[in-house]
Design a protein around this ligand. Sequence first.
Ligand SMILES: Cc1ncc(COP(=O)(O)O)c(C=O)c1O
Length: 382
Amino acid sequence: MTVVGGWQPPAYPYDRLVPLRAAADALPGGVVDLSVGTPTDPPPAVVLQVLADADRGSSLRGYPPAVGTEVLRTAASSWVTSTFGSSAFVEPDQIGACIGTKEFVVTMPGWLKLRRPGRDTVLYPAVSYPSYAMGAELAGLRAVPVPVDDAWRIDLSSISSEDAARALVLWVNTPGNPAGGLDDLAAAAAWGRDRDVMVFSDECYAEFTWEGAPRTILGLGGGPDGTDGVVALHSLSKRSNLAGLRVGWYSGDPEVVGYLREVRKHAGLMVPGPAQRAGAAALGDASHVLTQRVLYRDRLERMRAILAEGIGLEVTLPRGGFYLWAEAPGGDAWGLAERLATQAGALVSPGDFYGSAGSAYVRLAMVVPMARLEVLAERLGC
Ligand SMILES: Cc1ncc(COP(=O)(O)O)c(C=O)c1O
């Protein structure tokens, strides 16, 4: 059957890197893949133990609760307070599980639109994770990028009153992917409350905040527990090197979280039972996160030195997250990506993957062991 007309999915960003990957891989020792932010370090041992014993508590046999098991949501509730402090308390009933957060990012606008048909716009940072815009597009909504300032923070003052009046959702992401900016989350919460716009705060890199303490929007949004009009999104993918497990959760405004929990039950969006058990175990362990922080920090600093010494490129360290965001000479990001692939065998992501406002930069994900960064150093003669 030929399907004609209608919406055509754009090329998936990383599929556009196939020629550069081949060029990098042609070097002896092969490609050093810094393109996708997919962790490669081991997850905590406690998680592997729980997975090896997957049927304990019959977590394999029955359907898992779509909202998340009591055990997972209680672990998430405790983690919120231990990570962000007592003002950020959320009850387990204000939490819902998702199958990794990308799934939530792209499905949520459509569900919310059903509830609020008078609003048709998703606002998101102009340099950001591409799924915020894709979620709008998949729901037939307007995706409107909001400019970022020179520290890569969302500039709320640049949102027009027309866009604000049509907005269903405002996305913020702290620390930000790709540029590592730290937003003022209290200002974002207040902006949304004043305009009756739901604010969704993607905090999946929270524990990799390098300037100050981890930030959350929970506890800042008004109402008795500070969650009015705000929902925070968290994931085990980056925190615990568990991107393959697919466990995330959303929490905050009781009414909106309650609505999404009910819709998602009907849609059959369930985190597999053994993954929920393993996720709860990961949340109970903080020591592996401390180890991971050191690994990322060391790699960021080493890669920054390699770029400076190897090709004379000066890069600022991010305020959070595990990406280097490097401005390309002459603004030619694809040229820099090609040079890094052919000369060093490094595969990086050109910044237009994250919006046209990022098109003069490339992103380097520090997800490979230090030994692979040393391969790059050697190739560049450092
Ligand atoms: C900002 C941001 N949000 C969400 C995700 C999705 O992560 P996951 O679906 O693994 O939870 C990513 C992954 O790269 C990300 O960078």
